[in-house]
Write a protein that binds this ligand. Sequence first.
Ligand code: NAD
Length: 362
Amino acid sequence: MTHRITLIPGDGTGPEIVEATRRAIEATGVPIEWDVHDIGVPALQKLGDPFPKSALDSIRKNKVGLKGPLTTELGTGMRSVNVALRKEFDLYANLRPGRTYEGVHAPMGKIDLVVVRENIEDLYAGIEFDINTPELAEVRGVIERVAKTKIRTDAAIAIKYISEFGSRRIVKFAFEYARTNKRRKVTAVHKANIMKHTDGLFLAVARRVAEKNPDIEFEDRIVDNMCMQLVLRPKEYDVLCCPNLYGDIISDLGAGMIGGLGLAPGANIGTNGAVFEATHGSAPKYTGQNKVNPMAVMLSGVLMLRHLEETAAADGLETAIADVIALGKNVTYDLKEKRDDPTSVGTSQVADAVVAQLKAGA
Ligand code: NAD
């Protein structure tokens, strides 16, 4: 059966690493018809709309997408289309597995962790009020009245909301993922000591879901302690289930622990579809230089193949990537001990090596 996949090249280094990934996935032999669409700044430039209907319709129809990173300006400019995409399709679970492959110069030895991040709610919901706006004045007035507190008039405000529904479905997802993938433990990450009603709700729901899943071990950690524990005793942890913001930060910490963002894949999964993308961003300073590591997007492709139940192809591609890393010859600068190592190769040479490895293993 031919799979129809929406392919979003992204911007910055996105098009280069997505092209490398497309080649690697095609070399597995799985029949795929790519439906290529832009969103974000490239779509704005070409079609005058950062969130074009044609791209959204394609994802809606195909139910599976592979996406390159998209730049979001710091502070100003348009809101993140990455976040908007997750909201549009209710891709509520952000799955970010990270493990150390042999040959990687990882600072903490062998790591095997999975971050399950709630993808819709929390401070990431984008409910923010800018300074000097009438909306802010109104919101501040309400908060000051009901919370009986003062907020400085030169403060911007963001709303953090966490629901029982959103918490339950992400924790259930974490347990189901743990069971299906033979993982032993789920750790809920929170700051319920300070944020009693939002993170407190997340933790209470997590405990209730855990009671219904007694076959998987459960514990919780306060997020600051979690960071310290991960650095000190990473092997004690397995699946980390986090609200949105902590999940984003912890997954970059996890990426550092396995040797860098160039190896950290991800999936955004909902009940009606899934979009696969690396943890990292568009690394804009390297745009067009054939420089950055395509393996995080390739490994996201491995997750996609598993989602499509193309298990043999997924295993084959992951093995080929692991072999290229272990051989150490055809890897990008980020996988070298010294980042200025002149023997490092470019994005497309990594794709060549992975494709060759796949063919050799076939
Ligand atoms: P980044 O992830 O792009 O880069 C952080 C660091 O990691 C940089 O030093 C970069 O060069 C390096 N890096 C990233 N990917 C790499 C790769 N594949 N190989 C080797 N090195 C790699 O983070 P940033 O610089 O904070 O963000 C750049 C832009 O990307 C921002 O506009 C941000 O909003 C956006 N972003 C998008 C997504 C997404 O599309 N899902 C995710 C995160 C950030």
